[in-house]
Design a protein around this ligand. Structure first.
Ligand code: ADP
Ligand code: MG
Length: 258
């Protein structure tokens, strides 16, 4: 294991070297919005390189949990560490985390290549290095010929693949995805599910994947955390959740195939 500084994807060496996923440890994390507990005392350990889904109905706290891991929401209580590093006081762009949102996530006034280059510019990577890294990231999502286009000239699926390239371009050890395929039709969703799984296998990155689609969670995940009312109601492999739900809530939610 490299020392802590080398785990911050903010410098030349880390950007150019292949990086493996890192473990995430979450202890007693809560987020209060006035009288509502958006996330309520969640403990969760995600293994290095694991594909873990947060599955639950709308309002169950999935996005809030993800935003606290990414650093865009401040927890009311609790702690999060990544690869053994406490993240509490680490700025979002120094956490080593890539993020993909459901939609509206590309900068509309920037070309595809400029969008993908953005996280590298934020991290002070030199112009000479940016070009090859952007090409490589776009190739990974099979959009190597689209760098000069504007986001509005791409289909929804292509735009989400650009968002994935942008999230991965600085080789973060952790990738967070918040309903990334939620706005796409079923066929495209299934294609992109396979692409995301292929990327996961080839990069070894740790992925936390938010979805309210039980079928998606069951087919893609190593483990699933089923959330309701700000809490993890059950955590386990797809097979164990499907065959041994611990409550009627989990049984109903998992059983409700689309
Ligand atoms: P999910 O992503 O599972 O749909 P969220 O994490 O978005 O759920 O929301 C969890 C709960 O926290 C909901 O009750 C939601 O209304 C509330 N919430 C989320 N963000 C805010 C906010 N910025 N202000 C007030 N309440 C919020
Ligand atoms: Mg959400």
């Amino acid at each position: 294991m490299a020392d802590n500084d080398a785990n911050i994807p903010n410098g030349r060496t880390t950007l150019l070297s292949a990086r493996k996923g890192e473990a995430i440890k979450i202890h007693g994390i809560s987020k209060r919005f006035g009288s509502i507990m958006g996330v309520d005392s969640v403990d969760l350990h995600v293994e290095a390189g694991e594909f873990l889904s947060l599955l639950g109905p709308s309002g169950s706290g999935k996005s809030t949990l993800l935003m606290m891991i990414a650093g865009f929401e401040t927890p009311s209580a609790g702690s999060i560490s990544l690869g053994g590093r406490d993240l509490t006081r680490v700025q979002p762009n120094k956490r080593g985390i890539g993020m993909v949102f459901q939609r509206y996530a590309l900068f509309p006034h920037m070309s595809v290549a400029q969008n993908v280059a953005f996280p590298l510019k934020m991290r002070g990577v030199s112009k000479a290095e940016i070009g090859p890294l952007v090409d490589q990231a776009l190739s990974r999502v099979r959009l190597q010929d689209y760098g000069g286009r504007m986001p509005a000239q791409l289909s929804g699926g292509q735009q989400q693949r650009v968002a994935v390239a942008r999230a991965l371009v600085f080789r973060p050890p952790v990738l967070l995805m918040d309903e990334p395929l939620g706005a796409l039709d079923k066929k495209l969703r299934e294609e992109l599910q396979i692409e995301i799984k292929t990327l996961h296998a080839s990069l070894g990155v740790t992925i936390i994947y938010v979805t309210h689609d039980q079928e998606e969670a069951l087919t893609m995940s190593d483990r699933i955390a089923v959330m309701d009312k700000g809490r993890i109601q059950q955590l386990g492999s797809p097979v164990s959740l499907y065959h041994r739900p611990n409550s009627s809530f989990v049984a109903d939610f998992i059983g409700k195939m689309n």
